[in-house]
Design a binder for this molecule. Structure first.
Ligand code: COA
Ligand code: AMP
Length: 634
């Protein structure tokens, strides 16, 4: 359903009467029982949406389309250059597959409200596992394959799943990722033990199964009664997705069922401008929020075909992979992270490979996940000759806070800006004291409560952390953790995180988590991790180590060990490869490490000497150490 009128009309209509706006959007969703109202604010500042409605995510994403005559349409197109496979799954097939998987999970005891962890690569079965949980009202938590066993163990202990669904392996261009041993290791490390696991055996690596705990994906579905969709309340948790915060303990972002259905469905037409039947491709991973919202749920809820791509922008086999997929599958909208385009641009700077493919199906390119640098945007605009739309969002929000809503009105693009606030988001730029700053001035970005449907109502098992991380600094607002600017036209510019989160190749990582790993090395007395600018990945982590007195081993050895430790404890996705040993870390007089100042020195940016610095001389030592690593160029 599209809106008539301009962006300004639609935004103003939402602001004037949010209740009517969201209740109207909710009419596009199937409800077993309609909600009586949109916003439930009785427990403010915890807000919920559509709480007294009854619905089911899987019904809306699958069964409804079969009932509406869309059964023969492709629901999922799987394209895997790393295994040389292409497969199309219609909505009819998807319904059968998901009902059978849900039936088998139920036969083993999984019911509404039980948690299920999903640890799978980019294969259709990952989406089927998510949808099967949704069918039963079970709460899934998908864990990205690039995390190490320890990170998986932390999530097992927090979510306490009844079951874990995994694949035997994942395939990275340079290696096979051994999921099953990683999973076994994680279960050993965790305090909580799931009742059982389900393993999808891939032909690239068949895992050893433990007959007491592990069931084969196909075998355990044999002869089971398929499961129907279980009606759940609008405020029933659809999933938990862990994301990085300031400390090593990840935050379990909760998504509620009703809000997610209404909001994602609204975005498909109004932001991305696709109609049911169109092919939508989010080249991300199911382990990230983009994968939840726009590989799995958004497109399927809206009756679109979604592409599941198991490959990379380069190297599988070349920098033409994205163009090939667009041509082969008639992709109308591509959504990816700027880092993917930087990788393509690096391999094929003139875009020569673009000419080899017919990209006439492509209507627009959407970018998110990290800052979209103007060079990359202009390169893509010039070569694709299609709108290139940056939009800004977070795991917490689940959908775009700011975007250029192509389905309502194509606003002029300002390169470097993800454009304007979407309906539902009342965005303010505040100073430290919580006062609004003038247009064009930098401040922290905060969103007036309540956040719209489809965002997070809380953190799993951590309401105090939810309030202290997001709501306490500026009462009445959600603090986004990003700093930025709003210009006179209401366009936003997202400048930097205000916390210790960095963004590496579109992946959100916690420097605090890496510091915890470095600090656990026996020779390390103190440490700090910062993000330094990287032309491909946007940012890269870089560690400073202060060693214990008396340690006289070669520093290269210690650096090698901490690099291995981070890979082993957090995972390859952390891309932690840079570290140096220094005598001291720069601190304020109260002992706070000046990470932001070190990051500015590393990037060669101008910085103001912090007034509270204890010993400015240390910055000279830091600069020298950074120069040895090729940073802090004058
Ligand atoms: N399972 C296991 N390991 C994974 C993984 C997964 N799903 N995804 C990445 N890794 C590994 C990689 O193999 C790499 O390991 P290595 O150190 O052995 O080489 C490491 O994690 C770092 O990966 P990445 O940061 O992705 O870098 P890369 O050099 O492999 O690829 C790009 C660079 C730009 C091609 C790649 O980052 C990319 O396609 N990015 C798109 C980002 C994206 O989709 N972000 C999601 C948010 S929208
Ligand atoms: P994640 O939760 O992994 O989606 O990461 C969210 C963070 O990524 C945001 O808080 C921003 O710091 C950054 N981010 C996402 N999209 C953009 C964008 N379009 N421009 C700038 N930064 C972005």
């Amino acid at each position: 359903m599209g809106h008539t009128g301009s962006y300004a009309d639609v935004y103003d209509a939402w602001k004037a009467d949010p209740e009517t706006f969201w209740m109207t959007a909710a009419t596009q969703i199937h409800w077993f029982q309609k909600p009586t109202k949109a916003l439930f604010d009785e427990n403010a500042p915890i807000y919920e949406w559509f709480s007294d409605g009854l619905t089911n995510t899987c019904y809306n994403a699958v069964d409804r389309h079969v009932a509406d005559g869309r059964g023969a349409q492709a629901a999922i197109i799987y394209d895997s250059p790393v295994t040389n496979t292409k497969q199309t799954i219609s909505f009819n097939d998807l319904q059968d597959r998901v009902a059978s998987l849900a039936g088998a999970l139920r036969a083993k005891g999984v019911e509404k409200g039980d948690r299920v962890i999903i640890y799978m690569p980019m294969i259709p079965e990952a989406l089927e596992a998510m949808l099967a949980c949704a069918r039963l009202g079970a709460v899934h938590s998908v864990v990205f394959g690039g995390f190490a066993a320890n990170e998986l163990a932390v999530r097992i202990d927090d979510a306490t799943p009844k079951a874990i669904i995994a694949a035997s392996c994942g395939i990275e261009p340079n290696r096979v990722v051994h999921y099953k041993p990683l999973l076994d290791n994680a279960i050993d490390l965790a305090q909580h033990t799931p009742d059982f696991t389900v393993i999808l055996q891939r032909e690239q690596e068949v895992a050893d199964l433990n007959p007491e705990r592990d069931f084969d994906w196909h075998g355990f579905q044999f002869g089971v009664e398929p499961a129907d969709c279980v009606p759940v309340e609008g405020n029933h948790p659809a999933y938990i997705l862990y994301t990085s915060g300031t400390t090593g303990a990840p935050k379990g972002v909760i998504r509620h069922t009703g809000g997610q259905l209404v909001a994602l469905n609204w975005t498909m037409k109004n932001i991305y401008n696709v109609n049911p039947g169109d092919v939508f491709w989010a080249a991300s991973d199911v382990g990230w929020v983009v994968g939840h919202s726009y590989i799995c749920y958004g497109p399927l809820i809206h009756g679109n075909t979604t592409v599941v791509f198991e490959g990379k922008p380069v190297g599988t086999p070349d920098a033409g992979a994205f163009w090939r997929v667009i041509e082969d599958h008639n992709v109308k909208v591509l959504f990816t992270a700027p880092t993917a385009f930087r990788a393509i641009k690096r391999e094929d700077p003139t875009g020569a490979l673009i000419a080899d493919y017919d990209l006439s199906s492509l209507q627009s390119l959407f970018l998110a996940g990290e800052r979209a640098d103007p060079d990359t945007i202009i390169w893509a605009q010039t070569l694709l000759k299609k709108p290139v739309i940056d939009h800004w969002w977070q795991t917490e929000t689940g959908w775009g806070i700011a975007a250029n809503p192509l389905g309502i009105e194509e606003l002029p693009v300002k390169v470097g800006s993800p454009s304007v606030a979407m309906p539902g988001y009342d965005i303010h730029i505040l100073d430290e004291a919580g006062h609004e700053v003038a247009a064009g001035e930098l401040g922290v970005i905060a969103v007036k409560l309540p956040l719209p449907p489809g965002t997070f109502p809380n953190l799993w098992n951590a309401e105090d952390r939810f309030k202290s991380s997001y709501l306490s600094h500026f009462p009445g607002y959600y603090e986004t953790g990003d700093a930025g600017i709003k210009d006179e036209d209401g366009y936003l510019y997202i400048m930097a995180r205000t916390d210790d989160v960095i963004n590496v190749a579109g992946h959100r990582l916690s420097t605090g988590a890496m510091e915890e790993v470095l600090a656990s090395h026996p020779d390390v007395a103190e440490c700090a991790v910062i993000g330094v600018a990287d032309t491909l990945k946007g940012q890269m982590p870089l560690g400073f180590l202060c060693l214990n007195a008396g340690v006289d081993r070669p520093v290269e050895e210690i650096v090698r060990e901490v690099v291995t430790d981070v890979r082993g404890k957090i995972g390859p996705v952390a891309a932690f490869k840079l570290a140096c040993v220094v005598d001291r870390l720069p601190k304020t007089r109260s002992g706070k490490i000046l990470r932001a100042t070190m990051a500015k020195i590393a990037d060669g940016d101008a910085f103001k000497m912090p007034a509270t610095i204890d010993d400015p001389e240390i910055l000279t030592e830091i600069k020298a150490a950074l120069q040895d690593l090729g940073y802090a160029k004058d």
